[in-house]
Design a protein around this ligand. Structure first.
Ligand code: ADP
Length: 746
């Protein structure tokens, strides 16, 4: 069979120039025909046999499952499904018209199984007859692949369409190729058609265009890149975008497009902005605070400086007062001392009256000085309390004893009532307690014309305290007391049957310089400082004070103090019996007439630089028949002590050359010999500021006498010196005997 293919009509199968060069022998064509993997049919083109298979290659037989000879008895329609077969006449007609058709159709194998084929059918002239050349290719696999691709694309499209972020594809020029619905919503486009092919650059906010351009270029250079930028949508809405883009490459690796996933981060950026503003606000507030702090620190510094200056001023004031006190007390010492001496001589009645006026004026002046000093010390916060064990009943008795004469002179009875529940020995500041008692009892006597002044002491409900200061607890004494310490409140009442105080004046009482009225002041005298000092002292001692009064019937001043109960069994240190005598070996204090037991003929070294004081102390000592040796300063005192034996040294504190404290330290250090080392030394000073007493005692002095020297206090000193001397002598003979108590204040 000779095959001739019309050049014009064989659109898809045109021979290549190489083919044209091949020898067109029948063997060649047959070989091509028979070895073709596609099914090749030559069909009747027309007539009642249109579609009959005139010729078919082996591939056609194999594909359709027929032996070749059987196949050649069939029509092409027999190999098709009925639906396709119905279209066959029309197709043949078209081919006869000279058209080449390419179509897909379902073919059926002999076993009935169908499969898709792609048919290329074209007219064929053979030996002047019209035929149809149909080449059928099994496209089962291709269709499956295509189907899979379609399904895959559908899946991807679904993902693309449902992706909540904007997914877009851009070309080299930045033109939009694809964008999913989420992206379209972000840029405010109605459909992809509205924006496809448009440069997205137009949507980028002006200030972000340069950055976006770079971002775009980087991706097309092959990098995966991210950028945060702002866009302005088609309807003008500004939005923050966070975009991650990767290059899309073709089969040879050339970047053909950019795929970007872009998220609307406007809310996050706004939150960040809010946050930034909040931080900035906080930073501003912090800066303000720092500035305020700095100003505060400056103010504190200034306040501290002022406080230091004030403290210095207060110290200067206190020092001034101490000096003044010393300067006033020294001549007062002379005035009162010599007045007392003068009073012991033979005088006319008139002279005695004058002397009495001088004496009482001097004492008033001294009281005034003491009050002012105390008040200024308290106000300056420099009043320090001491805590020593003392006999409370005795302290009350002694306060009463001091004022006994004054009360007796007015015919007023003095009495005391101390509840048995009140402990015998308590730890507190005996000096300050005595001061409060003296003031209140003194006032009671002053403002009472007849009747009595009574002191009552009771114990308030018990409480236990462990708030001792470290330094106290660290001392040997307090360590031993610790187990036995209990804090209690003591309530004192000083009651009188005097003039009383009008209710409207009660609130003025505890104020500085306040008196009920000036006429009573004139009548009764006083500074108006006693009650305020008492109030402050009570507060310092952990208590308070208040008054009840009925005009015409009397007043009752109640005050409390905190005290510790001392277990006397635990104490080896003696109980302080202020202004009292302690009997040798008795271990108890008793109130006795001093002059009866004052030793005579003691050898006294009087160390004093002031002529008036020398004369006064000398005159007083002579009254006790003492043998006096005078030294004008500490150095001379040491010389005298080295040279002679004494029973007592009366040591002034402020002296030229060497002061009394220094001289005492040297004596205690043994500079005047071991036998003089323990000599009884009593300080005499006009200083009354806090710490004077401690200074003297720390230097090693045994007792302390305040100027102007009181005769009875001097007598007590003499007696203690004599007692000390005896004990010392006994100790030297028998060293195991306890040493007599030291450190007494007068
Ligand atoms: P002074 O007694 O030195 O004037 P105080 O502060 O001790 O100062 O007393 C202030 C005033 O309180 C007294 O002047 C007096 O008017 C009144 N006062 C104090 N105690 C009594 C009392 N027991 N009876 C009546 N009035 C008193």
């Amino acid at each position: 069979m000779k095959v001739r293919r019309p050049a014009k009509k064989t659109v898809r199968r045109e021979a290549s120039p190489a083919c044209a060069a091949l020898p067109a022998s029948e063997a060649w064509y047959r070989a091509l025909f028979e070895s073709s993997p596609d099914a090749i049919f030559i069909l009747e083109a027309s007539g009642f046999q249109a579609g009959r298979i005139v010729s078919a290659n082996p591939a056609a037989a194999i594909l359709h499952g027929y032996p070749l000879d059987e196949l050649l008895r069939l029509r092409i329609q027999d190999l098709e499904t009925p639906e396709s077969a119905a279209l066959a006449p029309d197709r043949l007609r078209q081919i006869l018209d000279g058209r080449t058709l390419v179509f897909e159709v379902e073919h059926r194998r002999k076993d009935g199984a169908t499969f898709p084929v792609e048919v290329t059918a074209s007219p064929l002239q053979l030996d002047g007859q019209s035929y149809v050349l149909a080449i059928a290719r099994d496209i089962t696999e291709r269709k499956q692949i295509r189907q899979a691709l379609v399904e895959r694309e559908q899946r991807l499209r679904a993902i693309f369409d449902l992706e909540p972020e904007c997914v877009k594809l851009l070309d080299h020029e930045g033109r939009l190729l694809e964008m999913n619905p989420a992206g379209l919503a972000m840029i405010e486009a109605e459909s992809i058609d509205q924006v496809r092919g448009q440069p997205v650059f137009l949507l980028v906010a002006p200030e972000w265009k340069p950055a976006f351009l770079q971002f775009h270029q980087r991706v097309f250079a092959g990098a995966s890149t991210s950028l945060d930028f702002e866009i302005i949508g088609l309807k003008g809405t500004r939005r923050w975008m966070e975009s991650h883009a990767v290059p899309l490459r073709d089969a040879v690796g050339k970047v053909t497009a950019l795929v970007a996933v872009t998220r609307d981060v406007t809310a996050r950026k706004q939150a960040e902005e809010e946050n930034r503003k909040a931080h900035a606000a906080v930073a501003a507030i912090n800066a303000d605070l720092a500035e305020t702090n700095r100003q505060l620190e400056e103010s504190i510094q200034r306040a501290n400086q002022m406080a230091l200056a004030a403290e210095a001023a207060s110290r200067a004031k206190s020092d001034f007062l101490a000096t003044m006190s010393h300067e006033i007390r020294t001549p007062m010492n002379g005035v009162i001392g010599f007045t007392n001496l003068l009073a012991d001589t033979a005088l006319t009645v008139e002279q005695r009256e004058h002397i009495e006026i001088i004496r009482s004026s001097g004492e008033t002046l001294l009281t005034l000085i003491n009050d002012i000093l105390d008040f200024s010390k308290i106000e300056a916060g420099r009043m320090e309390l001491e805590r020593v064990p003392f006999d409370l009943r005795l302290a009350v008795q002694q306060a009463l004893a001091v004022l006994k004469t004054r009360a007796a002179a007015k015919g007023i009875e003095l009495r005391s009532q101390i509840d048995p529940a009140v402990p015998t020995v308590v730890i507190s500041d005996t000096t300050r307690l005595r001061q409060v008692l003296l003031n209140l009892i003194g006032n009671g006597i002053k403002f009472t014309e007849r009747g009595e002044v009574a002191v009552e002491v009771r114990r308030c409900p018990v409480r236990v305290s462990r708030d001792y200061s470290r330094s106290e607890l660290n001392t040997e004494l307090f360590r031993r007391q610790q187990a036995a310490v209990e804090t209690i409140d003591l309530l004192f009442t000083v009651r009188d049957t005097g003039i009383g105080i009008p209710p409207d004046r009660l609130n003025r009482l505890f104020k500085p310089f306040s008196q009920v009225d000036t006429s009573t002041t004139r009548r009764f005298g006083g500074t108006g400082l006693g009650l305020i000092i008492s109030k402050r002292l009570c507060e310092l001692m952990g208590g308070g004070i208040h008054v009840e009064s009925t005009p015409g019937f009397g007043s009752a001043f109640h005050f409390t103090i905190q005290a510790q109960v001392a277990n006397t069994a635990a104490l080896s240190t003696p109980v302080v019996a202020t202004h009292a005598e302690q009997l040798p070996g008795s271990g108890r204090t008793q109130n006795v007439a001093l002059s009866d037991r004052v030793p005579r003929c003691l050898r006294v070294l009087l160390v004093e630089d002031n002529r008036v004081n020398q004369a006064l102390a000398g005159a007083l000592l002579k009254k006790f028949e003492c043998e006096i040796r005078l030294a004008e300063d500490g150095r001379k005192a040491l010389e005298a002590l080295r040279a002679e034996a004494f029973d007592l040294v009366l040591m002034d504190v402020c002296m030229p050359e060497m002061d009394g404290c220094e001289a005492t330290r040297r004596v205690r250090a043994g500079e005047c010999g071991v036998e003089r080392q323990d000599i009884y030394i009593t300080a005499m000073t006009a200083n009354a500021m806090e710490g004077d007493r401690e200074k003297c005692l720390d230097a090693g002095m045994d007792a302390y006498l305040s100027k102007p020297i009181d005769k009875s206090e001097l007598a007590a000193v003499l007696e203690r010196a004599a007692l000390h001397q005896q004990t010392e002598t006994r100790r030297r003979v028998n060293p195991s005997r306890p040493v007599s108590p030291r450190n007494e204040s007068f």
